[in-house]
Design a protein around this ligand. Sequence first.
Ligand code: ADP
Ligand code: MG
Length: 699
Amino acid sequence: MKDILTVFGSKTFDQKKMRERLRKETYESLMKTINEGAPLDASIADEVAQAVKEWAIENGATHYTHWFLPLTGIPAEKHDSFLDVSGSEVILKFKGKNLIKGEPDASSFPSGGLRKTANARGYTIWDPSTPIFLKEDANRVVMCIPTVFLGYHGEALDRKIPLLRSLNALDIQGKRFLKMFGIKTVKKVSSTIGPEQEYFLVDHELYKMREDLMMTGRTLFGNIPSKHQQTEECYFAPISLRVAGFMKDINNELWSLGITAKTDHNEVAPAQHETAPIFASSSVGADQNMILMDALKRMAIKNDLVALFHEKPYNGVNGSGKHNNWSITTNTGLNLTDPGDEPHKNLLFLLTLACIVKAVDENALYLRLSASVPGNDFRLGANEAPPAIISIYLGDQIANVVEQIIKTGKATYSVQGSTLDLNIPSIAPIKADCTDRNRTSPFAFTGNKFEFRMVASSSCIAECNTALNVVVASEFKNACDALENSKNFEEDAMKYIAKTLKEHQRVIFNGDGYSEEWKEEAKRRGLPNVRTYCEAISAITDPKTVEMFEAMHVLNSKELHARSEIMYENYSQTKDIEAQTAIHMVLKQYIPAVRSYALDVANEIKSFSELSSVSLNYQKSHLDTVLALINEACDKVELLKSTLAKARECEDSKEKAYLYKDLVCDAIEKVRKPIDELENIVDKDYWPVPSYQDLMFEV
Ligand code: ADP
Ligand code: MG
């Protein structure tokens, strides 16, 4: 491997390459767009296209694609070669118009009814905020141009448009907000994110033998091995040779793609890992997280492994999440979510905090939804991840300042961290943070940022960051409306902070989010505890949410309703695929295998009884148990088939999703039970698929 600095960004058309390859005026105009959000000057497109084409071809690219984030959950690409014909000559062509605009078929992507099959026209438009990058597979290099995706009438059909609009709203309201504090020179207010990505690795050959992993991303059957995560030795454990080889490849790939991969470690469950980059602006960070997931998949395959992003690949051990670290920052380097050493004196931080607390309390259900996909239901509230109840952890220092403000209308001191001295001369004393960490909170303040911890590992984080940006921008607006014309700003702001914190203190919780008591307490406080994704979907079409989205110009009512349609459909499809896979596996793999086993046992019993007078009661009773479990499995498959038929018949997307949630999910679990019992008593040589032990420990 070359050194990091040589590798870093080598596959991106980054600012350095733009400076080298573009005229000065073009470069400066583009930088203004990228760094300050100034309108893109379309007249520079041809020059940029020419420069980026030359660079890409020098680096082996034969194709280009508009790369975008449709509402499917994974990035979309359509590869066009640079090849063109001019008269009788073959040439390589890539013009400004190819850079700026593409025309994919909008009706082939989820649109929630916004696009009918016959109305196919859709557009992709270049988003210069994320650098153009090269994706290399099997020596085939494709130049990827990050774009937004919309329908013929301008309707947003992707996850990037709302994210960019939410950032715009945060910028507008953020600048207004800062102006009240006399800060007028800021050109851009934005949010920055550092997503920690968890994933599992599994041997590729074994993976191919598990239809459930291939079709659904998770195991639908299987028992946890005798040793899994009980001893807590996996977390931060030394990395195995095979995984280390993979991590070397993945870091090299991520660095070359300009992603600041920083941290790698083993996670709580066997074969579970995490990678985290250094934080970046949310539009770049959200794209880069999708690029990172794609790179993890590709590098895993290169190492005969498969990367699993499902929130719960294995029953009985921890699942995966994506901790979305989020803060509000300016182009001048100011972090509004940084309390400094004396938070009680930091009015800007306190007003920001009050707005965030209110925004989170008032939009709890929508935030819960924004962090979720169907698979997250297995994690939230299962004592391995935050509960489905949204609350904020502030830590000792900030909680104390908030308490002072609520009680007396002002805060007069900030608790400081103690010095930790072990009294071992060779070990240096250190200053402890003012605040502990809390891993049970869905939304935890961690020093100078919030960590949204409930986010699903497979989700596209443009969703949760759109949510955070829009709810906070909307609260900034409320604060500005109330305080902008104040004659006595500091006093009025403090009153506003005290009132807001008092009214929304119910959402602040510094205790153990995993405990049963918290569920009771949250209920008393009136906080929503919505256990399933399906039930949370209604939050996005709640009139309050719609009003906020429209006021912030992020999405309109029609677009939000379309998105809820897509979510219901996606939920039903996810569960339908799981159900169908379970039926296949039982009928085509498990039952035939167990039948052969049972027949061999029966023949054995027959042979034994001819040759021996010893009682065969144990063998016979074992055979009875096996046959009874086959019967039970067949019964449960029939039940699953009938619930599936019922759900499929339903035409209303919401009702349908609820049928899958209420009937099909339960029926899938019922099919699992006899099969898992059989796995424990049937000879392993007969078992048709790799066990959990094989999957988790052969990495
Ligand atoms: P943890 O100890 O929570 O596991 P990690 O070091 O794994 O922390 O990840 C923390 C993430 O938070 C990193 O991606 C880091 O760059 C990011 N981060 C740090 N400061 C900020 C900030 N101000 N805004 C957003 N993200 C931040
Ligand atoms: Mg971490």
